[in-house]
Design a protein around this ligand. Sequence first.
Ligand code: SF4
Length: 417
Amino acid sequence: MENIIDEANRCLNCKVKPCSKACPLGNDIPTFIKAIKENNLEEAFNVLTETTVLGSICGRVCPHSKQCMGSCVRGIKSEPIKIGELESYVFDNALENNLKIKTSEELNGKKVAVIGGGPSGLTCAAFLSMKGAEVTIYEKQPKLGGITRYGIPDFRLPREVIDRTVEKILSLGIEAKCNQELGKDYELDDIADKYDAVYLSFGANVSSKMNIPGEDLDGVYGGNELLETGKHPDYTGKSVAVSGGGNVAMDSARTIKRLGAKNVYVIYRRAREQMPAEDYEVEEAMQEGVEFLFQNNIVKILGNEKVEKLECIKTELVQKEGEKRLAPVNVEGSNYTIDVDYVVMAVGSKANKEVISKTGLETTEYGNIKVDEKYMTSKKGVFAGGDLIGTKATVAWAARSGRNASEEIKKYLLGEE
Ligand code: SF4
């Protein structure tokens, strides 16, 4: 952004704060922007760290037009304030200049284990550590960051932004034990015995299936798994279909196109306006050569052992009684086939059943870990949050869940339940 203060000066400092209400983390947007206007970036950082430690990340990857910016009063007659850019500017500046996060001593002497170092776990760990708890994060991957590092491609979120954010969070005094997998390297009970409280936040990164014929053929992949492992087939000269309309679909399609696929088709049941992905991402993907088949659905994957073709069908959108969103309905007789070499499922994700079953904790009918209104699982002192309990799958919502849980863990540790 050319001039950060000029952009901040466009903010009307609305009293009712519609932007803050639309922010999953409830960041006090007008107040941090006011501090920028006064050229006080340290104060802007202090305001933001009341509610978030992931400003450099959320400022870049949140679907702003559907959250804070979508509610900005300035956006009614002209352009909304570039809230995400202002937030990441404040955080980037704080990380570069090593500004300190305010801490207290309420939880001194209390030990908490956080299992899973993604947005939810990092946020919970940071807020507990800010209050004086001794926190250890257990992470199965070699580095912390979770979905931000092992799900969002570099072209959308540079790795150094994650590194600097993680470093800042750890500088609160948090210990990180990486390459440690629950149910393999340690059991939940061992950890629960050693700590005063445990927070589970190992996410839900297993791609859902469409449950259509042919899904078991060679050449069908899960978008989450491709992005997490970075292990792709050779796409050179190949045609790839990506099923879905959210971030995982966009990130998979753009990554695959960059890896040399000849044709990448995003197949989405609804219209462009209904896509959960941000419009600018769709635009960028189109410019990069990704083709979009809106209002189309995959009926069958065809092939002899390996994917060869897709049978698709066109859909029309109808308003069904009691449903907020327009529902896609197949148009009878509109079936057609296209030749593809690979199919990527990006129609949603779910928690890892195997790992959850090893914890012995109660689950919901959707396979998520069951928690009460205080984020506590069926085991006393063991809390859970983020995607693992079915929170909306965005970085900011996962972080909010981590912050809320940290409040409940604090009350539990202080005997204030
Ligand atoms: Fe500023 Fe827009 Fe929020 Fe109003 S809604 S306070 S103009 S950012």
